[in-house]
Design a protein around this ligand. Structure first.
Ligand code: A2P
Length: 343
C-alpha cells in the first residue's frame, strides 16, 4: 500500500528536509505533491530522480491526498489544514497553530505514540527545542518522576527558516569584509552575536518560545504537574539547537544510572568523553537523526538534581524527521482516515 503525500512549504528549510527524508526512509509514496506560495510557481524540485513542479496551494491541491506534511508557518496552516482535512487528508502540522488545542494530539513518537489513536485529522508536531528535550529526558522520567526543569537553550538560525540561515552567512561575510551586517529576517545581526529568542513576549516576561517549552512538554508528557522554566537564546549556529537542562527529581538520580538508561534509549546518542572534554556539539549533531546527550553530572546545589547538555538537528529531529516518524506511525498503526483509499 502506498499513499498520496503533499508537502505544504516544500521550498522551505523543513520542506526540503521532508523531501529528503521521504526518499531516504523509503516512505511508501504513491504520488508526491509539492505546495508553496505563488512566488514559487515555475520552480521544480527533484524527488527520486523525477523533477516535480511546485504548485501554489489551493483547495483543489488536496484532492486525493492522504497525508499532508505542513511546514509553511502558522497562518498558512490555519487557512489550509482544515481544508485538507475536509478533503479526507490527515495533516501533520509543524506550526504552532494547533498544538495546544485539546482535540489535537501533540506527538513525539519516542514519548507518546499512543496519542495518535485519537486524532481527528490534524496532528501537531511539537516545537523543536521541546522535541529535543523530550526525547532526552522522557526515559529518565519513566524511571523517576521529574519535579522541575530549568532549561537554557542555544538555538540555531534554522528555526527562523531558510532565509534566516542565508542571512547569517551573508552577515558573517560582511563582518569579515569589514562591513556593517544587515538584519532583515531576524531582528538583529546574529553573526558573531546572540540575542534573546525573537518570538513575541508574553505578559510574564517570557517569550512564546519559552512558554512552548513549558506548555508543550507538559502536554506531551501528559503531566501538568512538572514545573518548567526556560530561557531561549538565538545563537549564530546554522541548524542544530543546544540545551542546558537542569532536572530535579523527587529523589536522587545518579549520573551513572542516567547514563546507563540514556545509552540505550530510542533516539538518543550518548556523547561523553570526559578525558577529551568531548561532549555534544551542534556541528556534530547536524545531519544526524539522534539527539546527542552528554555532560551528565550531579547538580552540586541539590541532592535530587541532575545536569545534562544536549544538541539536536533542529530541521531533522526538531521538525522534519519527527513529522515523518508520525506519518510512519499512522501507516504502521493503520490510523489514516477511512477516507484514505489505497492506490
Ligand atoms: P515560498 O518559498 O513560496 O515562499 P522557511 O520556514 O524556510 O522560511 O519556509 C517557509 C515555507 O512556507 C516555504 O516553502 C514558503 O513558500 C511557504 N509559504 C510561506 N507562506 C506561504 C503561503 N502563504 N502559502 C503557501 N506557502 C507559503
Amino acid at each position: 500500500k502506498s499513499y498520496n503525500v503533499a508537502i505544504l512549504g516544500a521550498t522551505g528549510a523543513v520542506g526540503t528536509e521532508l523531501l529528503e527524508l521521504l526518499e531516504s526512509r523509503n516512505f511508501p509514496v504513491a504520488n508526491l505533491k509539492l505546495l508553496a506560495s505563488e512566488r514559487s510557481v515555475g520552480r521544480t524540485i527533484s524527488f527520486k530522480g523525477e523533477s516535480l513542479a511546485i504548485e501554489a496551494v489551493s483547495d483543489r491541491a488536496f484532492e486525493g491526498i492522504d497525508i499532508v506534511l505542513a511546514s509553511a508557518g502558522g497562518s498558512t496552516s490555519k487557512t489550509w489544514a482544515p481544508k485538507a482535512v475536509e478533503k479526507g487528508a490527515v495533516v501533520i502540522d509543524n506550526s504552532s497553530a494547533f498544538r495546544m488545542q485539546e482535540s489535537v494530539p501533540l506527538i513525539v513518537p519516542e514519548v507518546n505514540p499512543q496519542a495518535a489513536e485519537s486524532h481527528q485529522g490534524i496532528i501537531a508536531n511539537p516545537n523543536c527545542t521541546t522535541i529535543l528535550m523530550a526525547v532526552a529526558i522522557w526515559p529518565l522520567h519513566q524511571i523517576q518522576p521529574i519535579k522541575r526543569l530549568v532549561v537554557a537553550t542555544y538555538q540555531s538560525a534554522s528555526g527562523a527558516g531558510a532565509k534566516a540561515m542565508a542571512e547569517v552567512q551573508t552577515q558573517s561575510q560582511a563582518i569579515l569584509d569589514g562591513k556593517t551586517p544587515v538584519a532583515e529576517v531576524l531582528p538583529y545581526p546574529l553573526a558573531f552575536n546572540l540575542f534573546a529568542h525573537n518570538s513575541p513576549l508574553t505578559d510574564w516576561g517570557y517569550c512564546e518560545e519559552e512558554m512552548k517549552m513549558v506548555n508543550e512538554t507538559r502536554k506531551i508528557f501528559g503531566n501538568q504537574q512538572i514545573r518548567i522554566t526556560a530561557t531561549c537564546v538565538r545563537v549564530p549556529v546554522l541548524r542544530a539547537h543546544s540545551e542546558a537542562v537542569n532536572i530535579e527529581f523527587e529523589t536522587p538520580f545518579s549520573p551513572e544510572s542516567a547514563r546507563e538508561i540514556l545509552s540505550h534509549s530510542p533516539g538518543v546518542k550518548l556523547v561523553e568523553d570526559w578525558q577529551a572534554n568531548h561532549f555534544p556539539m551542534p556541528i556534530e549533531a547536524t545531519g544526524r537523526d539522534e539527539v546527542l546527550v552528554g555532560r551528565i553530572r550531579q547538580d552540586i546545589s541539590h541532592p535530587c538534581g541532575l545536569e545534562l547538555w544536549l544538541c539536536g538537528d533542529q530541521i531533522r529531529k526538531g521538525a522534519a524527521l519527527n513529522a515523518v516518524q508520525i506519518a510512519e506511525l499512522l501507516v504502521e498503526k493503520n490510523l489514516l482516515k477511512p477516507l484514505a483509499i489505497s492506490h
